[in-house]
Design a protein around this ligand. Sequence first.
Ligand code: HEC
Length: 137
Amino acid sequence: MERLRPAALGPLLCLVAACGGTNAPAEPPVGPGAALYARYCVACHMPDGSAREGLRPALALSPTVNGPVPALAVWVMYGERPATLSGRPYPSVMPRYATLKDDELAAILSYVRGAFGNSAAAVGAADIAALRASHAR
Ligand code: HEC
């Protein structure tokens, strides 16, 4: 059966949930992680990873983004809520991104861990592959 590509729904969900912000764009994105972030995440999380009350949490200085890779990756890939994520539910549901390739996910997560004032270690494609294998269903 053809499965929906949840990642492609991001911008649409954002329109429905009014994720738009008023923040001015940060520096133009560079590199594969930045380009993928711009494609899949920026509609909701904005170029600067900022929070907007009632709409989205911050990626900037987020304990989830800067914390252990497995919890971060499993949240982004499968929507399994990490303990570090705020208990405050948001009206829009974040899409799941397990359909992206290992190197794409590694690039996106490396980007968010190094952008917006974050300074956590990069993520390798092998880390994503291992997590995917342990989540095989
Ligand atoms: C449709 C809008 C939308 C898109 C697209 C989206 N997110 Fe999110 N994201 C959210 C919302 C809403 C939350 C809060 C979810 C919750 O608490 O239940 C969130 C939460 C997060 C968190 C947890 C932040 C924290 O510490 O509180 C991370 C990390 C994250 N998103 C990363 C990403 C990445 C990486 C992408 C792109 C691959 C992405 N998101 C795409 C809406 C989105």
